[in-house]
Design a protein around this ligand. Structure first.
Ligand SMILES: *Cc1c(COP(=O)(O)O)cnc(C)c1O
Length: 378
């Protein structure tokens, strides 16, 4: 099916910058710069500068980044890590594969981890909080940092969806002991395949993760058991190119969020993400436009029939709702309600204003908001 408004547009994204992309590939390949070369180091330096952290380490993907952070911090069997169920399974898998115990807590109306629920879930075994900055919005880091300090916990950020988002003027990825980013193609800064990075202000942690991602090697010697979790050098070169104009991409996403907000704010059946503000606590970058809708299934069918491609977050279920993972003892009412009502509207840099307006128009029509409201009986 060819959509009138597709959920993502990889070919469009490529065409817009085709000449520069092909020129970069040509340059990298003709020099044979394939693994751990200067393009990777350049990208790591620029990314760290962008995030306001001392270090950035390119890794194979965000999942591996989270895995390596936990591993490097020695979090394992007997340790509990608190995170959300409203996330990609990868967040929780990184905890699981280190032998630690994931403790899933509920979200607030902003769809992000609820600090009060975190507080209630802390035990003697809790080692870390793993907030997920979903949909391009940073979690309530003031409350979480305060709690972490009080209870002696580490903070590890899943910033897969939040490159460039800020909270109280600081960038996602700069709040915790370390953070992981994703460059999966559909993410804010998308590679042409998989990619990820870890940011941290700790030189010691940066060194450890740099070793772990490359077989435990340091200056050609093997100094510990490691993994192969390197960021591909060609991808790093392309990501560095895209990082150069990343601010424009974010501005466009915020513009689109503004259009959705303007055209849908009065539809009382919908709960929209907060408006893109530039002077409040949050500077959101809208990785997704995740709404909650009364009668979600009807809205979804209506949009599909009109040629608008939408998605249910994570296939429509939280991590604790997948039987196979054995986490179904958690009861998370706000998360479960969210999954019953959530829908993600198209949100990417290739959308035209007209396409966004069309999506909003279809949603208004679905709830009968197109006509003028009937005059009230006197
Ligand atoms: C995409 C995503 C991941 C996984 O990233 P990969 O780079 O694909 O491993 C983890 N957490 C969240 C919240 C994500 O959106």
């Amino acid at each position: 099916m060819s959509w009138k408004v597709p959920y993502v547009d990889y070919p469009g994204q490529f065409r817009r910058r085709e000449a520069e992309i092909m020129e970069t590939i040509q340059r990298v390949l003709s020099h044979g710069d394939l693994v751990l070369r200067h393009q990777l180091r350049d990208f790591e330096r620029n990314l760290a500068e962008f995030c306001g952290t001392r270090h950035a380490i390119g890794v194979s993907n965000c999942t591996d980044g989270l895995f390596l952070i936990l591993r490097a911090l020695g979090i394992g069997p007997g340790d509990e890590v608190i995170t959300v169920s409203h996330t990609f399974v990868a967040t929780v898998a990184a905890i699981h594969h280190n032998g630690a115990t994931p403790v899933l807590v509920d979200i607030g109306d902003d769809h992000l981890i609820d600090p009060a629920c975190v507080e209630a879930a802390v035990t003697q075994r809790t080692k870390a909080i793993l907030p997920v900055h979903l949909n391009g919005r940073v979690c309530d880091m003031r409350a979480l940092k305060c709690l972490a300090e009080r209870r002696g916990l580490l903070i590890i950020e899943d910033a897969a969806q939040a490159l460039g988002a800020t909270y109280e003027g600081l960038k996602a990825g700069s709040f915790g002991t370390a953070a992981a980013f994703s460059f999966y193609p559909a993410k804010l800064l998308g590679a042409f395949g998989d990619g990820g990075a870890v940011t941290t202000n700790s030189a010691e942690l940066a060194d450890r993760i740099t070793r772990l991602r490359d077989h435990g090697r340091q200056e050609r010697q093997i100094v510990e058991w490691g993994f192969n979790c390197r960021l591909d050098n060609l991808q790093a070169a392309l990501l560095d190119l895209k990082l150069g104009s990343f601010a424009q991409d974010l501005a466009r996403r915020r513009e689109i969020a503004g259009i959705y907000r303007r055209l849908l704010a009065d539809v009382s059946e919908l709960l929209l993400p907060p408006a893109p503000s530039s002077h409040g606590t949050h500077f959101d970058v809208f990785q997704n436009y995740e709404i909650e809708a009364v009668d979600r299934d009807a809205l979804e069918s209506r949009l599909t029939a009109a040629g608008v491609e939408t998605m249910r977050p994570w296939g429509g279920r939280g991590v604790h709702q997948f039987e196979a993972l054995g986490l179904n003892t958690f009861r998370l009412p706000r998360t479960e309600l969210m999954f019953a009502r959530a829908l993600m509207l198209p949100m990417h840099t290739e959308l035209s204003d007209e396409q966004v307006e069309f999506v909003a128009h279809c949603a208004r029509e679905c709830y009968g908001y197109l006509r003028q409201p009937l005059p009230r009986a006197a």
